[in-house]
Design a protein around this ligand. Structure first.
Ligand code: S3P
Length: 430
């Protein structure tokens, strides 16, 4: 994809359904009794991988006229897959599904693409093994492909060293199949879609926050059945983030991003935009299926650098690439700390973000747990090496809109992982 600078992005846009929530609807619907009807499902490659895996385990899932219907077979209704489960590029599919597979009475193998198969899985293998699961890394490198065989699970209390919703959700899902209570404490609260949605499906699940620290605990009791639900997936704030940034950065712009999820465990980007001096207003705030939603109005603004660290990091971890672009355009220095997790995303995003920023003429320095960006220098066009990371492709597409000259986004088709139609969506705002 080749892009150049523009002015005047104006109009309304609705972004596709939230990726995290779309995955969970299919997974929980598959192990619930009765049908789950999903509106505004994200038909991105990652969520389609989740659908493919559950179909392989005997679940009928239909996609028609804007509705995805999952014909759930109950907590013990999955059947042994005949082939290896292909999780594609999706960490969420891998880690959450491993929690469900650990509780099954059949053996399974799961594997993904090169990026997925190099991401750390010891973070789920360790707690699942403590619960009595039999899970191993086939190549003995603590990565997928994973092999999971029948085990008898017991509830544990797990102190997670990382604030990760994938780890927390994996353990809670295994907890549905365990003897006794299972709980997970994380150093600070990660996205809580699993807790909110499992409760809607009828699970006995609760969350607590320690008063004097930022630690958060979620606990679950095994239950007899979950029950199918009707769900409308909110627009994905991680996808909305590119239009929010475009609205703030491209001269003479005003964009309304409609029906976007603003769950506080996901909405750190909104605070960052405000702290950087962005003109951003939430309209029409409401709650749907336990999830907060709003329309987000953004107008072109002069931004300034800030420091981003501590508990806000898990609430904006996927938005750091686009925040880095805003920082490059802002006056002054932006420091991002406490974000070591960036190293184990689809790419090492500390490296992919700073390398590509440097290619565009920005002074960006990687640090062991984040980056330092000296903003305010004009950006120029460059070849962007996405390394097939969808968020790098989209973030640097926005950088291209404010850079002098042409920018070429290599392997830009990788946006399909979370946002098929990303480039077409811009045309409606021109
Ligand atoms: C996700 C959790 C986050 C996030 C990922 C989706 C989820 O990962 O980066 O894109 O749906 O639970 P971690 O849990 O590893 O932080």
């Amino acid at each position: 994809m080749e892009l150049t600078n523009i002015t005047g992005l104006r109009g309304e846009i609705s972004v596709p359904g939230d990726k995290s929530i779309s995955h969970r609807c299919v997974m929980f619907g598959s192990i619930a009794k009765g049908t789950t009807e999903i509106q505004h499902f994200l038909h991105g490659a990652d969520c389609l991988a989740t659908i493919g895996c559950f179909r392989r385990m005997g679940i009928e899932i239909s996609c028609s006229a804007g509705t995805v219907t999952v014909y759930g077979k109950g907590l013990h209704g999955l059947t042994a897959p005949e082939e290896i489960l292909d999780v594609g590029n999706s960490g969420t599919t891998t880690r959450l599904m491993a929690g469900i597979l650990a509780g099954q009475s059949f053996d399974s193998k799961l594997s993904g693409d090169e990026s997925l198969n190099s991401r750390p899985m010891s973070r789920i293998m360790e707690p699942l093994s403590k619960m009595g699961a039999n899970i191993s890394s086939i190549l003995r490198n603590n990565c997928a492909p994973l092999y999971i065989t029948k085990g008898t699970l017991s509830g544990i209390h797990y102190e997670s060293p990382v604030a990760s919703a994938q780890v927390k959700s994996c353990i809670l899902l295994a907890g549905l199949y365990a003897e006794g209570r299972t709980s997970v404490t994380e150093p600070s609260l990660s996205r809580n879609h699993t807790e909110l949605m499992l409760r809607e499906f009828g699970a006995d699940i609760c969350s607590t926050h320690e008063l004097d620290t930022t630690r958060a605990t979620a606990s679950i009791q095994p239950c007899k059945e979950l029950y199918g639900q009707k769900i409308t997936v909110p627009g994905d704030i991680s996808s909305a983030a590119y239009f929010i940034a475009a609205g703030l950065l491209v001269p003479d712009s005003e964009i309304l991003v409609k029906n976007t999820g603003i769950n506080p465990t996901r909405a750190g980007i909104l605070k960052v935009c405000e702290d950087m001096g962005g003109d951003i207003t939430l309209l029409n705030e409401r709650t749907q299926g336990g999830e907060k939603i709003a329309d987000i109005l953004v107008r072109t603004s002069s931004l300034h650098g800030i420091t981003i660290d501590g508990d806000i990091i898990p609430t904006l971890i996927d938005e750091i690439p686009i925040i880095a672009i805003m920082a490059a355009a802002a006056e002054g220095t932006t420091i991002i700390r406490d974000a070591k997790e960036l190293k184990v995303k689809e790419t090492d995003r500390i490296e992919t973000v700073t390398d590509n920023l440097k290619a565009m003429g920005c002074c960006a320095t990687p640090t062991p747990d984040g980056m330092i960006i000296e903003g305010g220098r004009p950006l120029h066009g460059a070849y962007i090496h996405t390394l097939l990371d969808h968020r790098i492709a989209m973030a640097f597409s926005i950088a291209a809109l404010i850079a002098d000259g042409n920018t070429k986004i290599l392997d830009s088709h990788c946006v399909d992982v979370s946002y098929p139609g990303f480039y077409e969506a811009f045309e409606s705002l021109l």
